[in-house]
Design a protein around this ligand. Structure first.
Ligand code: NAP
Length: 345
C-alpha cells in the first residue's frame, strides 16, 4: 500500500534531496511540503531555489508549500520527513507527534533524548523498539525517530563492523566536510574558497555522543551507550558534497589492517528499498576514497573506506559518505522504510 508522506523544510539542501529520493519511491507518495513563512503559499517551483542537477519533478513543482504546522498537513499523511533547522525542529516536531504523525527527522534536536531512537538501520535497527517507551512516556499517537549527524553516519558503519568483530575501545577522528553539510546559507564563498575552516559548531560533540548511542545496546527499556572513548576534530573544506574522515581505531582484540578491511567488506545491507546490497565498499587503492570520485557509491547510500594501515594502537583508515544522501535525506528515507516495515505507521 502506498504511504502518503510530508516533508518539513522541503526547500532546503536536505529537503531537495528528500524530494529527489521520494518522488520515484516505490512505497511513498509526496502529499505535503512545508517551509518557513516566507515560502508558505507559493508553489514549490517558486519557493525553492532548486540546486540539484536533475529537474524538479513536475508533479512536485506545482504543489503549494504549506506552513510548518500540523493543521497544514492532510490527515491522510501518515509519515513526515523533517529537515528543519534544529531550533525549529525542537519547537514543531513534538506538535506533529502529538497530532498523531510519525516523524523521521534529520534535525539534531532531541537525538540524545533517552526515549528517542537514533538509528542507522544496517547498524542498530533493534533500537526502534524504544518507540514503545516513547509512546508510553509522552502519550503520543505519533512518534519521533532520528537519524544521526552526517559526519557520524559516515564513520559509524565501519566502526560497528570493528566493534562486532574486535570490541572497539578508542576512536580518534578528523573530518574534511563538504560545504553542503552547512545547508544553503551556511558558508559563504568568500569564507570557503581557497580555505579550510577548522571549526564546525557543535559537530565534534555530536560525533562523540551520537556514535556511542548508535553503537550502544537496547535492553527493551533503554539504550546503554557503548563505552568506547571517541574524540573528534571537524574541518570544513571547499568540496560540494561528501564528507571524508581520517579515523584511528583501537580494539580490545588485536586486529591487522587486512582483518579490519575484511570485517567491513562483510557487512551486508538490510531488506529495505534504499539499503545497498553491501553497506561498505572497500577500496584497495591507497588514495581512495575521494569525495569527487566516490561520494555516489551505491547511489550515494554506500560508505566507502580505504587507506588501511596498522598503527601502534590499532588501525587507521579513511571513510567517506555522501552527506546529504546517506548522511541526511537517504538516512531519513531508510528510517521511514524501517518504520513502515515494523508497523509503526
Ligand atoms: P537549509 O538548507 O538551511 O534548509 C532549511 C529548511 O528549513 C528550508 O526549507 C527552510 O525554508 C526551512 N525553515 C527555516 N526556518 C524555518 C522556520 N522558522 N519554520 C519553518 N521552516 C523553516 O538546511 P539543511 O542543510 O537542509 O538542513 C536541515 C536540517 O538537516 C538541519 O537540522 C541540519 O542540521 C540537518 N542535517 C543537514 C545535513 C546536510 O548535509 N546538509 C546533514 C545531516 C543533517 P525556507 O526556504 O522557506 O527558508
Amino acid at each position: 500500500m502506498t504511504v502518503r508522506v510530508g516533508i518539513l523544510g522541503a526547500t532546503g539542501a536536505v529537503g531537495q534531496r528528500l524530494i529527489q529520493l521520494l518522488d520515484p519511491h516505490p512505497d511513498f507518495e509526496i502529499a505535503a511540503l512545508t517551509a518557513s513563512e516566507a515560502s508558505a503559499g507559493s508553489s514549490y517551483r517558486e519557493a525553492a531555489k532548486w540546486r540539484i542537477d536533475a529537474p524538479i519533478p513536475e508533479d512536485v513543482a506545482d504543489i503549494t508549500v504549506g506552513a510548518t504546522e500540523p493543521d497544514a498537513v492532510p490527515d491522510d499523511v501518515s509519515l513526515i520527513f523533517s529537515s528543519l533547522p534544529s531550533g525549529v525542529g525542537a519547537e514543531v516536531e513534538p506538535d506533529f507527534c502529538e497530532a498523531g504523525y510519525v516523524v523521521s527527522s534529520n534535525s539534531s534536536n532531541g537525538r540524545m533524548d533517552e526515549d528517542v531512537p537514533l538509528i542507522i538501520p544496517e547498524v542498530n535497527a533493534d533500537h526502534v523498539g524504544l518507540l514503545e517507551v516513547q509512546r508510553d512516556e509522552r502519550g503520543w499517537d505519533g512518534a519521533l525517530l532520528k537519524n544521526p549527524n552526517c559526519s557520524t553516519i559516515t564513520m559509524v558503519p565501519p566502526l560497528a563492523a570493528l566493534d562486532r568483530a574486535f570490541d572497539l575501545t578508542d576512536v580518534r577522528v578528523s573530518t574534511l566536510q563538504a560545504v553542503s553539510g552547512a545547508g544553503y546559507s551556511g558558508v559563504t564563498s568568500m569564507e570557503i574558497i581557497d580555505n579550510a575552516i577548522p571549526h564546525i559548531g557543535g559537530e565534534e560533540q555530536k560525533m562523540e555522543t551520537e556514535s556511542r548511542k548508535l553503537l550502544g545496546d537496547f535492553d527493551g527499556a533503554e539504550v546503554r551507550l557503548n563505552d568506547a572513548d571517541v574524540a573528534a576534530s571537524c574541518n570544513r573544506i571547499p568540496t560540494l558534497d561528501g564528507h571524508l574522515e581520517n579515523v584511528w581505531a583501537d580494539t580490545a582484540e588485536d586486529v591487522t589492517a587486512a582483518e579490519a578491511a575484511d570485517a567491513m567488506a562483510d557487512v551486508s545491507g538490510v531488506d529495505l528499498p534504499s539499503s545497498p546490497e553491501r553497506l561498505i565498499r572497500v577500496f584497495e587503492e591507497p588514495d581512495r576514497p575521494q569525495p569527487r570520485l566516490d561520494r555516489n557509491v551505491d547511489g550515494g547510500m554506500g560508505v566507502a573506506v580505504g587507506g588501511f594501515r596498522e598503527t601502534t594502537d590499532g588501525v587507521q583508515f579513511n571513510c567517506l559518505a555522501h552527506n546529504t544522501m546517506r548522511g541526511a535525506a537517504g538516512a531519513s528515507v531508510l528510517n521511514g522504510e524501517l518504520l513502515a516495515q515494523r508497523g509503526y505507521l
